[in-house]
Design a protein around this ligand. Structure first.
Ligand SMILES: Cc1cc2nc3c(=O)[nH]c(=O)nc-3n(C[C@H](O)[C@H](O)[C@H](O)COP(=O)(O)OP(=O)(O)OC[C@H]3O[C@@H](n4cnc5c(N)ncnc54)[C@H](O)[C@@H]3O)c2cc1C
Length: 428
């Protein structure tokens, strides 16, 4: 990378930093830079009237800030894309640093049983207010409702302010530019114009649409642990995911499905979101356990109707659905259950097949798989390897995590590193 100082820098003038995108990554970058180098004039441009829109709506309005996992080696396992590149970055700024960052600014986080961390207020406004306050205190100029229209680069090598940011009303030349535009198409186009390769963006974290009216009628029923698997895929594709499973009025949802959609984002996109899936409703029991349990019921509950209770702890309605799929009369007595049907029930309990016919709706979280190719970025600074002076952070990168606070952690980590690196370079 060309580290020759610009005229402005050698003159010890006030260096100018431009940040495009007022989301989690842009704010973290801006605050880190302004705090590390008080001489820097940091200007953040945000298209929307109110910055931090996604933070506000995140986590169902509670903002799942990060995940209670403080081991970078383990943490990277939650990122279907970008985990390897993030490994080093997470040793510099990881969830423990996120917790401390907010704590130092008066915001306490709490951890829930599944590891997700939220503000103790359970209100995303607490996070928004903290970021806005911190930016103000650090001297960041936040220009909301100011969409950036164009970005130009002056390609001369020794040049003060090599980037020009153009808005509707004015232009600002800057020494360093941070692109933190999330999944905005314009952001990808600028990154590309400045020399980055863009990996085709496709959705991640979605539910599965399944055309099965009888299943839809069970909407709201969940099982605490199930395995969702895409048959015929290899173990290293990670298309077999365990977790809570929720039946929705359009198909299947819940963490097991969302994780499968994240690991399979590109696989599913390439197949038009049509695929068979196989559900194991009882992953902690073997087929033999289940078979023997059903055999016992034939004797112990001989005179009872097979639909009169659910023998496996889940909802009776779900049990009724499985009986229906096995073509069994719900009034049949346990003693009359034919042996082949016992095998069929075991199969439905552990290998229940569905056809996914599309991407379902999911309003709680949604991210983009794809973006700026990671080998074009130096993850110790988040500076582009192909365009010196350009930094990238957050969702614009080809990094995405499963649900649980990992996507914000990517934004905090890469934003903080970019901000500090921009400040350090300018302080040389
Ligand atoms: C509904 C929802 C809930 C979520 N909940 C969670 C959660 O609880 N936990 C979690 O970890 N992740 C969650 N996510 C994912 C998380 O929100 C994103 O990963 C994260 O916001 C990415 O941050 P970012 O700063 O990179 O991008 P963004 O937050 O998308 O910010 C980019 C900003 O750039 C601005 N911008 C774009 N173009 C321009 C332009 N031309 N000029 C100026 N500004 C521009 C946009 O307006 C936007 O404000 C959720 C996502 C959604 C959609």
């Amino acid at each position: 990378m060309d580290r020759r100082l610009s005229k402005r820098e050698t003159m010890n003038d006030q260096p100018r930093i431009g940040i495009v995108g007022g989301g989690a990554a842009g704010f973290f970058g801006a605050i880190a830079c302004a705090e590390a180098n008080p001489r820097a004039q940091v200007t953040l441009f945000e298209a929307a009237r109110e910055p931090l829109g996604k933070v506000r709506v995140s986590g169902g309005g509670r903002c799942n800030v990060t995940h209670h996992c403080f081991d970078p080696a383990q943490l990277v396992g939650y990122y279907p894309r970008g985990g390897k590149a993030l490994r080093g970055a997470l040793t510099r700024f990881q969830p423990r640093d996120t917790v401390k960052w907010f704590e130092d600014r008066g915001v306490a986080l709490k951890v829930e049983a599944d590891g997700r961390m939220f503000p103790t207020t359970d209100d995303s406004e607490t996070i928004v207010a903290c970021l806005m306050r911190s930016a103000k205190q650090a001297g960041v100029t936040v220009r909301s409702h100011t969409p950036v229209r164009e970005i130009h680069r002056n390609t001369a090598t020794v040049q003060a302010e090599p980037f020009e940011i153009v808005t509707r009303d004015d232009r600002l030349s800057v020494d360093r530019l941070l692109l933190a535009t999330g999944s905005s198409r314009k952001g990808y186009l600028w990154a590309q114009k400045l020399g980055q390769t863009i990996i085709d963006p496709v959705p991640s974290l979605f539910t599965f649409q399944i055309n099965d009216r009888a299943l839809h009628a069970l909407a709201g029923i969940s099982v605490p642990e199930a395995i969702v698997r895409i048959p015929g895929t290899k173990p290293n594709q990670n298309l077999s995911q365990t977790g809570p499973l929720l039946i929705a009025h359009w198909g299947l949802s819940g963490p097991a499905v969302l994780k499968t959609s994240a690991w399979g984002a590109r696989y599913l996109h390439d197949r038009g979101y049509r695929t068979p899936i196989r559900v194991n409703w009882l992953p902690n029991s073997t087929d033999d356990d289940l078979r023997s349990h059903l055999q016992h019921l034939r004797q112990d509950s001989a005179r009872k109707a097979i639909a009169s209770f659910s023998p496996f702890g889940f909802s009776r309605r779900l049990w009724g659905y499985l009986l229906d799929r096995a073509d069994l009369d719900p009034q049949l007595q346990w003693a009359q259950l034919p042996k082949p049907k016992v095998n069929r029930l075991v199969e439905l309990l552990t290998q229940c097949d569905f056809e996914v016919t599309g991407k379902g709706q999911f309003k709680d979280e949604f991210v983009t798989c794809g973006g700026v190719r990671l080998k074009d970025v130096n993850f110790t600074t988040m500076e582009s390897r192909v365009c010196p002076g350009l930094f990238l952070a957050g969702e614009i990168l080809d990094v995405d995590g499963v649900t649980g606070g990992f996507n914000f952690q990517n934004a905090w980590t890469t934003g903080a590193i970019a901000g500090q690196a921009m400040a350090n370079l300018l302080a040389l």
